[in-house]
Design a protein around this ligand. Structure first.
Ligand code: FEO
Length: 172
């Protein structure tokens, strides 16, 4: 049985994961409006990633004998100044999520809740991967633009078009 406080915090995290999907949906749409179908594809795959993060936590809360209580999801930002900006904001967001996950781990430790602490370990590793991935793309875009100007964005657009969704279960 997990504590009431932990259940509330996990519910909050489910909300943040779904918000992440919403944020990336906005970025996908912005990419499409710029004619960058590869960028759009990357963010559409990211939506699936985020929903899978939410679903994993949803299952954990439900299987713990508690109920998922859904809360409001605010509108994400709509405007981004450039393709680089999209990935700067992505990396910033992922760093924020990492801090939230780390805070949850701290709470689990304080409550001596080993089961939840173990459960969260998957998210700790996933966040390392998320930051590395977003940061890697950001560096690639910056370098491509530096070396090739606007053509650099097209090169990265082709690269991002190749991303496919791998369900997290399949990564283990
Ligand atoms: Fe679910 Fe991108 O963190």
């Amino acid at each position: 049985m997990i504590s009431k406080k932990m259940t509330e915090r996990l519910n909050r995290q489910i909300n943040r994961e779904i918000y992440s999907a919403y944020l990336y949906a906005g970025m996908a749409s912005k990419s499409a409006s710029l004619g960058l179908k590869g960028f759009e594809n990357w963010f559409l795959v990211q939506i699936k990633e985020e929903l899978s993060h939410a679903k994993r936590m949803y299952d954990y809360v439900n299987e713990s004998g508690d109920r998922v209580m859904l809360q409001d999801i605010e509108a994400p930002p709509q405007e981004y100044s450039s393709p680089i900006d999209l990935f700067e904001k992505t990396l910033e967001h992922e760093k924020r999520v990492t801090r939230m996950i780390n805070d949850l781990v701290t709470l689990a430790k304080q409550e001596k809740d080993k089961t939840t602490e173990g459960f969260l370990q998957w998210y700790v590793e996933e966040q390392e991967e998320e930051e590395e991935h977003a940061g890697g793309v950001l560096e690639k875009i910056k370098k491509a633009v530096e070396d090739n100007g606007d053509k650099g964005v097209s090169i990265i657009n082709e690269y991002l078009a190749r991303r496919v969704f791998t369900p997290p279960e399949a990564k283990v």
